[in-house]
Design a protein around this ligand. Sequence first.
Ligand SMILES: [Zn+2]
Length: 155
Amino acid sequence: MRCPFCGNMDTQVKDSRPAEDHVSIRRRRFCPACGGRFTTYERVQLRDLVVLKSNGRREDFDRSKLERSIRIALQKRPIEQERMDQMISGLIRRLESMGETDIPSKLIGEIVMEALARIDTVAYVRFASVYKNFQAADDFDKFVSELRPNVEPDE
Ligand SMILES: [Zn+2]
């Protein structure tokens, strides 16, 4: 694994253990070249997913973008980290076991909304209001950037 700080290819694993969701392994890594420390996660991937956009374009599914949008929607909500991780893993597992490698972007949004609705109404409304305004919800980057957390200074 290449060091994210200096680009050195020869980094060492210091520690490996199951992450809290028990579907991934967390590895602490160390770079002997620059002394940098970083963490990687290894998880089972049942298949490579491709997102099918409504304009017909295909794009590799990016788990981290999906996670980010869900975490933003759940920000400051009384949902434990572990539960959130579980939900995200469950979502991905559902997508992976659908029997299709191409998943319409719309379907992903619907599955996320359904899952959020089950655990937190406020998060669901946050996600859904942005999602529904965002026609076709095609460009997930743009979508995530519109789903900004509200900064509430007096909190
Ligand atoms: Zn380094």
